[in-house]
Design a binder for this molecule. Structure first.
Ligand code: GTP
Ligand code: SPV
Ligand code: MN
Length: 617
């Protein structure tokens, strides 16, 4: 590890300069906060307590500044609408950097810059970047405070919107700060919108900077984010810490930090299962995490919708926690017919970002109801009618809400030991080729399925929507180290689990296959419970399966489609394996693997050879 940079002033002098640090705050925090304040020159430092009063004051401040619009209490109590700068609406992967000491540790799928060079750049950008603003100190815990699996971080930020979001998405405040002593390892996260104010400047509702850097220093467990206030770029507890930095810690310590939902399911026979599922951004994690089964006798309960930390428990089994405390969910497409649970979660106490405002002071977005209201104010603040020809809400507009408010939240969602994982699911958004469901033959084959996820781009990050891209383990934008090493790490976790005798089964799903007319073949949403039923009946040893080149498939009649109007032809299309397309896919996988400079584990390339042989046979 590189040494932390030293500050010249003594602690006594520092606390005198910024005497607001709560009594008992650990010196490591005070020193660091003052170092950042010296660099960024805020007008004031605010130590966040996480109290409800503090959140209310922040909200009031933001309403006055025009950042937030208070929604009508009658329809959406204690809720707010934020309209971002139109340029600051999604993650900026091209501006996201993994600054490991060695370039090869970042790997070909991450942007890399030498740490010293990046520090020089950032020092320049952050110098006086908070002038005229307040710097908030936000102590937070990922995972229940005190859980053996939890980790602590402190974020400083000059964005009250980010403070409010962190307060919902994490366990934030005084108790966390008090838990830090000189033996605590905590992650340092520095965020500035990069819009200092001179004495006579008036602020804008959503300050940001056209220059953006989302930089990670894996060796020193540090995050520096500049220029954006959008969720994944700025709520640093989430993607930056709980995935990019945590994946590195996990590699070093023998566990996994993954872009996964966690769901508890009880079958009609009363057996309880927990599943973890990785789908790329905007590919259905929140929806599956909140599924309302359409088949009788099944019960589904939510544990997490975006991030899971998994590791071998004392009982030798793979266990997982949701490190987050809230949901930052995609709004468009969320309605009573698709995700009733989400609709019932966001009844109030919710921050909406970049959705439309109704004339009655409530919110609306595409897909909330079948029919659009006659008049709205769109996400950019303009009048909107159904004739406008543009979406009223940004396709990546989101809701931010506490997980505890979810009506289907599982009673064990905060279990400090985590829940036992019975099945792992990988998925993507694929109009062609990938069947509705496939079971991996074993852990190694499952790792291959994860490593070869491709998915059509969505609005969650910049880029051309619909373009097919590789997204191994749904972690392409989130793995803090070499992606090929991530596969090797998965293989070693599997080895480790094998020694204690219980290895979860791995599956692949695709809700998004399309027919010749371009419409989805599978009804999706609640009906996905039918696929979960097949998966868990397999885990429960109730069903056999048929082998194919891609893996194990449901035998005819085993997938419960009772009550669905699906023709035989549609079923055939959902499971069709086109040999030529798969040969092309295998060739493309070979090219993809070749970009990793020989670092792809032999067990993974062996799976590719096996697939090619099956396709040739
Ligand atoms: P991130 O928060 O970006 O990681 O996204 P996510 O993986 O949680 O995706 P989410 O559940 O928010 O779904 C994204 C979009 O896909 C929404 O517009 C959903 O309505 C849509 N979607 C989710 N599940 C299904 C499904 O089973 N079928 C179809 N057709 N669409 C779905
Ligand atoms: C994603 O893009 O995968 C999200 C939203 O969950 S963000 O927090 O912006 O990364
Ligand atoms: Mn996500």
């Amino acid at each position: 590890h590189e040494p932390q940079r030293k500050v010249e002033m003594s602690i006594a002098e520092l606390t005198k300069t910024h005497c607001s640090a709560p009594d008992g705050t650990d010196h490591s925090v005070i020193t660091w906060v003052n170092e950042i304040a010296t660099l960024t020159q805020p007008d004031e430092i605010v130590w966040c307590t996480g109290s409800a009063e503090e959140a209310d004051q922040l909200a009031e401040l933001m309403v006055e500044a025009g950042t937030l619009t208070r929604l009508n209490d009658e329809y959406r109590p204690h809720s707010f609408l934020a309209r971002s700068d139109p340029s600051d609406v999604a993650r900026v992967e091209s501006r996201t950097f993994i600054c490991s000491v060695n370039e090869s540790d970042a790997g070909p799928s991450n942007n890399w810059a030498p740490p010293a060079e990046m520090r020089t750049t950032l020092d320049g950008l952050f110098a006086s970047s908070m002038r005229g603003r307040r710097m908030f100190v936000v102590p937070f815990s990922m995972g229940p405070l005190g859980s053996p699996l939890a980790k602590i971080g402190v974020q400083v930020t000059d964005s009250p919107y980010v403070v409010m979001s962190m307060g919902i998405m994490t366990r934030m405040g005084t108790a966390v700060l008090e838990s830090i002593d000189d033996s605590t390892e905590w992650v340092r996260a520095i965020h500035s919108v990069g819009a200092p104010l001179a004495a006579n400047d008036t602020d804008v509702p959503w300050p940001c900077n056209q220059t953006k850097y989302i930089s990670h220093f894996p060796e020193t467990r540090e995050i520096w984010s500049f220029g954006s206030a959008y969720g994944g770029n700025a709520i640093l507890a989430k993607k930056s810490f709980a995935l990019r930095i945590a994946s590195v810690i996990a590699r070093d310590e023998g566990w996994l930090a993954e872009h996964m939902l966690l769901l508890k399911l009880t079958n009609p026979r009363g057996r309880v299962f927990h599943i973890a599922a990785a789908f790329p951004s905007a590919c259905g994690k929140t929806n599956l995490a909140m599924i309302k089964p359409t088949i009788p006798g099944w019960k589904a309960e939510t544990i997490g919708d975006d991030i899971a930390w998994l590791g071998k428990g004392a009982d030798g089994r793979l266990r997982a926690i949701n490190p987050e405390a809230g949901f930052f969910g995609v709004a468009p497409g969320t309605g009573y017919s698709t995700n009733e649970t989400a609709m019932d979660t966001i009844w109030g106490n919710t921050v909406f970002t970049n959705v439309a405002l109704k004339d009655n002071g409530d919110v609306w977005w595409e897909g909330m109801t079948d029919e659009a209201p006659e008049h709205l104010i769109d996400w950019q603040g303009n009048d909107w009618t159904p004739e406008s020809g543009t979406p009223s809400s940004h396709p990546n507009s989101r809701f931010t809400v506490a997980a505890a408010q979810c009506p289907t939240i599982a009673d064990d969602w905060e279990s400090p030991q985590g829940v036992v994982i019975d099945a792992i699911i990988f998925g993507g958004r694929r109009a062609t080729n990938v069947p509705l469901v496939v079971e991996a033959r074993d852990w190694e084959h499952g790792v291959y399925l994860g490593a070869t996820i491709s998915s059509e781009r969505t609005a969650a990050a910049e880029g051309t929507i619909g373009e097919l891209r590789r997204d191994p383990f749904a972690m392409m934008p989130f793995c803090g180290y070499n992606m090929a090493d991530h596969w090797a790490h998965w293989l070693s976790v599997g080895q480790d689990l094998r020694t204690s005798g219980t290895v979860p089964r791995i599956f692949q799903v695709n809700w998004f296959r399309k027919g010749p007319d371009g419409s989805f073949l599978w009804p999706g949403f609640g009906e996905n419970s039918r696929v979960l039923e097949w998966i868990l009946d397999r885990v429960d040893g109730q069903l056999a399966a048929r082998d194919s080149a891609l893996g194990l498939l449901p035998r005819d009649g085993d997938l419960n489609i009772h009550g669905l109007e699906l023709s035989d032809e549609t079923m055939q299309q959902l499971f069709a394996i086109d040999t030529d397309s798969w040969k092309a896919e295998a060739a493309s996988t070979e090219e993809f693997f070749a970009t990793f400079d020989g670092r792809v584990p032999a067990a993974v390339t062996r799976q590719l050879e096996h697939l090619k042989a099956r396709l040739d046979a």
